[in-house]
Design a protein around this ligand. Structure first.
Ligand code: AMP
Length: 283
């Protein structure tokens, strides 16, 4: 496995693979890797000749400086997971390499997908994500890039962004990996106490209960939201940031549940903000 901090070296390697007609898959991450990330790498390996992973905690996408400062890091452990998942190249850039001269003033937006959810509660977050991805895609001109649907809005935005800017790259969404109890795996879970981890299960429980209401025939999103809200409100440790039911393709609001529907939640447990979602097809 090649490990490099140098964007030019990484680009050269990828271009050399491509000149040999080897296909390249890419999974951008912020490290502190877990099975959710590994699932992206394994999927990429199964669909491409070479798999590239980047590990970079991107300061441009944090709207809360404390969240950035406390973001967990474990480079040695990350490299082990990459090796086990058959990753071919790990790009580990430094902040000054990614942003020489600091974070530039530029605003990247996909307005129709940035009207709600994290786009509102984390101002500037997706702009920072699109900035770092643009830079990463210059160094890593992959054929396919892999994104987790745990960050569902991010997945939709990136898919649209790549199409709008004409990057010759396919964006592939990968299902959320959960603990056996249902908690969506996240690097931020490492900051939860055991009892907070227990309470965090209420996020996926609320989503599942919403799903079963919908499958039971409920067509009014407000009714489903009320049931889900009761689950979250049953814990005094949870502060809900948003709880929404939207069209899963357009992120438009729904008055009647129909088609592919997104149930999305963000909540704080202490200082730690968690997100989760599921999609349900309504017949
Ligand atoms: P992050 O390191 O949190 O920026 O995540 C890097 C990539 O891994 C993103 O595309 C995430 O959506 C994806 N990811 C994170 N957690 C999970 C999970 N539990 N299941 C599937 N994908 C995930």
């Amino acid at each position: 496995m090649i490990v490099s901090k140098d964007p030019n070296e990484v680009r050269e390697q990828i271009l050399s693979w491509k000149s040999q007609k080897l296909s390249v898959g890419f999974a951008p991450t912020m490290g502190f890797l877990h099975e959710g990330h590994a699932n992206l790498f394994v999927r990429s390996s199964s669909e491409n000749s070479k798999t590239v992973v980047s590990i970079f905690v991107n300061p441009a996408q944090f709207n809360d400086p404390e969240d950035y400062a406390k973001y967990p890091v474990n480079t040695e452990g990350d490299l082990e997971i990459c090796k086990k998942s058959k990753v071919d190249l790990v790009f580990l850039p430094e902040k000054d390499t990614m942003y020489p001269g600091g974070i530039p003033e530029v605003e990247l937006k996909i307005p129709h997908l940035m009207k709600n959810l994290d786009a509102i509660t984390r101002p500037g977050h997706f702009e920072g994500v699109l900035l770092v991805l643009s830079r990463l895609f210059h160094s890593i001109p992959a054929d396919r890039s892999y994104f987790g649907k745990k960050d569902y809005q991010q997945y939709l935005i990136v898919k649209d962004f790549v199409k709008a800017l004409g990057f010759p790259m396919e964006i592939i969404g990968v299902d959320t990996v959960r603990s056996p109890e249902g908690l969506a795996l996240s690097s931020r879970n490492a900051r939860l106490t055991d009892s907070e981890k227990e309470e965090a299960l209420l996020l996926s429980r609320a989503l599942r209960l919403g799903e079963s209401q919908i499958r039971g025939g409920e067509k009014d999103p407000q009714e489903v939201l009320n049931v889900m809200k009761d689950v979250l409100d049953s814990s005094s440790k949870i502060t809900t940031d948003y709880l929404e039911i939207l069209n899963a393709d357009t992120l438009e609001e729904l008055h009647i549940l129909k088609g592919e529907v997104l149930l999305a939640v963000a909540a704080f447990l202490g200082q730690v903000r968690l997100i989760d979602n599921i999609t349900v097809r309504v017949s």
